[in-house]
Ligand binder design. Structure first.
Ligand SMILES: Cc1cc2nc3c(=O)[nH]c(=O)nc-3n(C[C@H](O)[C@H](O)[C@H](O)COP(=O)(O)O)c2cc1C
Length: 358
């Protein structure tokens, strides 16, 4: 199969959506793949002159990269549209590319066979055998109801539901090394979807898994709000260590509450910063004034803790080497993933470290 990936993210290779697309392609295996990154193209907006329909049929008067894009689209058997959601639709750059496809249509008016809209233009080329896949991430907690405008547009372009979709909320998490444990799980499902797609179609069980949230709405939104390093109340800058600790606290799973409040005190020894995370029945809260009494305390250099989080140092090895220290109630450490849910970084590593110490 000849596959064309149109990467519509202004971030080019750093695109979250492209990570899903790459996983999907890995699942499809052994295909001939061409990738276009819209951010790297010399692409000007359509002038609306209709020369491509009248005076120069099939040919745009603008001399830029679009003629090559059209060539690639005609070459492909499958076109993967990989893009972030921007204002409930595709980013402007990708919309420019879509507008510039005008030379691919004939000017005449026809009715649509799928009954949607109030008219259509026949294709200049035989596009009937081409398959389209939309792969996209967005920033809200869920993709649900967020893509109505995208689907409506592609219904007109490709025919009603005549394309495959993978839409995923919480997209920025795919760039966070500390959360790779969870995002890699999702990418595995996307990989499976790719393999199923090429051998007949994505199964319902895979579709259901693709719709699962990476994290609950509450956890994600708390984590996302903390990630900006800006205080929600007064808009001021928040210290990096506090922002990080708040994001860590956001992962707390309040369903794990067993009737006992816990206080995790974490001291970044080299920076002299200490925070307390209250883990209660209604969620977690970070305290900066030291007013609580700690049930578990972690003393760690900042770099050690963040490196463990990113999976660069093994937590059990670091603990055995005395690179950080844990005192107080160890049950919190042993049951870390019960309290802090599915993620990479500290979760599994600390639990492993705690087990190896006992
Ligand atoms: C200008 C702009 C508009 C956005 N609009 C939306 C939106 O309407 N809905 C949403 O859920 N996320 C929105 N986002 C968030 C992106 O969709 C999200 O960060 C996505 O994961 C980025 O994907 P990428 O890394 O592939 O570019 C917007 C981001 C930007 C920069």
């Amino acid at each position: 199969m000849k596959i064309l990936v149109i990467n519509g993210s202004p971030k080019g290779k750093a695109s979250n959506s492209l990570k899903l697309t790459k996983a999907f392609l890995e699942g499809m295996r052994d295909n001939e793949i061409k990738e276009i990154s819209v951010s790297g193209l010399n692409l000007l907006p359509c002038k609306g002159c209709f020369y491509c329909w009248g005076k120069t049929p099939g040919k745009c008067i603008i001399n830029d990269d679009m003629s090559k894009v059209i060539e690639d689209e005609l070459w492909a058997d499958i076109i993967i549209w990989s893009f972030p959601l921007y204002y409930y639709n595709v980013p402007g750059l990708l919309k420019t590319l879509i507008d510039r496809q005008l030379p691919m249509s004939l000017p005449f008016m026809t009715d649509r066979e799928d009954g949607i809209g109030s008219g259509s233009h026949p294709s200049r080329y035989d596009m009937s055998g081409k398959r389209h896949i939309l792969i996209s991430t967005c920033g809200f907690y869920s993709a649900d109801k967020n893509y109505d405008s995208v689907k409506s547009m592609f219904d007109y372009i490709c025919g009603k539901d005549n394309y495959e979709t993978i839409f995923c909320g919480q997209g920025e998490l795919f760039s966070i090394q500390e959360l790779r444990g969870r995002t890699d799980e999702y990418l595995d499902i996307v990989r499976k979807a790719g393999s199923e797609y090429i051998s007949g179609g994505i199964t319902n069980s895979t579709r259901t898994k693709l719709k699962e949230l990476l994290y609950s709405k509450e956890v994600y939104e708390q984590m996302a709000d903390a990630s900006w390093g800006i205080d929600k109340e007064d808009g001021g800058r928040v210290d990096e260590t506090l922002s990080f600790t708040r994001q860590m606290a956001a992962l707390y799973n309040k369903d794990s509450y067993d009737g006992r409040d816990r206080v995790l005190e974490i001291c970044y020894t080299d920076l002299g910063k200490t925070y307390q995370i209250l883990l209660g029945k209604d969620g977690s809260k970070v305290f900066t004034d030291g007013s609580l009494s700690a049930t578990t305390r972690i003393d760690t250099p900042w770099d050690v803790w963040t490196s463990i989080g990113r999976g660069e140092i093994r937590g059990d090895v670091a603990l055995a080497k005395g690179m950080y220290k844990v005192t107080g109630d160890f049950s919190l450490m042993i049951n870390w993933d019960k309290y802090f849910g599915r993620a990479g970084g500290h979760q599994k590593i600390i639990m492993k470290a705690a087990k190896s110490q006992h």
